[in-house]
Ligand binder design. Structure first.
Ligand SMILES: [Zn+2]
Length: 75
């Protein structure tokens, strides 16, 4: 698909690292499948992936950690 940020680049499937600030905790999730713009590097997540990411972020933050780095779980 065409990138909406730079309006020139084409996106290709790739892997990104997502980081979130959630209630004062920093949650970093690696290995997230995303469409990545070949020109500006903008990442696009599918709705399915965002939903799973969010639940994994909540899950990590629930443990009361300040910083958590984990691998994305597709299941
Ligand atoms: Zn772009």
């Amino acid at each position: 698909m065409k990138c909406v940020i730079c309006k020139h680049g084409e996106t290709k499937p790739g892997i990104m690292t997502a980081s979130f600030d959630h209630n004062g905790a920093t949650i970093i999730i690696r290995g997230v499948p995303a469409e990545v713009c070949q020109t500006c590097g903008e990442n696009y997540l599918t709705e399915d992936v965002s939903t799973k990411l969010l639940s994994q972020v909540r899950d990590a933050a629930r443990n009361g950690v300040q910083i958590d780095v984990r691998q994305y779980l597709a299941a």
